[in-house]
Ligand binder design. Sequence first.
Ligand code: ADP
Ligand code: AMP
Length: 214
Amino acid sequence: MNIILLGPPGAGKGTQSQRLVERRGMRQLSTGDMLRAAVKAGTPTGLKAKAVMERGELVSDEIVSGIIGEELDSMGPESGAIFDGYPRTEAQAQALEKLLSDRGRTLDHVIELDVNEDALVERITGRFTCASCGKGYHDKFEQPRLPGTCDKCGGTEFKRRPDDNAETVRTRMAEYRAKTAPILPFYEAKGIVSRVDGMADMDSVTEAIEAIIG
Ligand code: ADP
Ligand code: AMP
């Protein structure tokens, strides 16, 4: 099973990916997470990507498709992939076709998280993650059960993304509208797109996704 979760920043792609990883043992392929790891490690890719990400613009298609290819090569054929934040342009959608077919994989579903953009600034500016395991939280919508302690790993340090500020979010939304939303018709023509109400509570969104992927 290979699926794409598609939606603007803050739509809930990472949240739902983490749940699918836990429930189904699928692998989350988040280009955002991979790029942030490269920035932190100071690799050549990270050095190229850092300023672009801070502005909320898109990193080059070659870089992100390259890291997705490497990630797919590190996976056994039995593990399913959840593409989270990739593809984001038409060129990436084309690249993914080849990356999958070269490895004997097919795309089963593209799940679009349908959200009201006005709510996304609040979602993004309240977002934080566990510094040890990466579990996602929100100041208002998902606090750790025990304040200051990660539900999943017991970690006590949390972090916020430098690009999760109201100004950068606007650029990221504009990039989504201009470059990412236009790839939907490509997948619609294949008959594999399903839409989920991303404004519902997190558990309802998970149920709707589970119903689609079966
Ligand atoms: P994306 O990966 O699409 O950018 P996230 O999954 O990181 O989005 O979600 C952004 C923020 O919104 C997170 O802090 C998350 O806890 C919160 N969130 C995710 N889904 C929902 C939801 N259905 N209702 C309310 N808040 C949500
Ligand atoms: P995300 O974690 O998905 O919100 O991504 C954070 C940032 O990483 C984006 O604003 C882009 O700068 C960059 N990025 C992540 N995925 C991609 C992609 N598929 N194509 C281009 N840039 C990306």
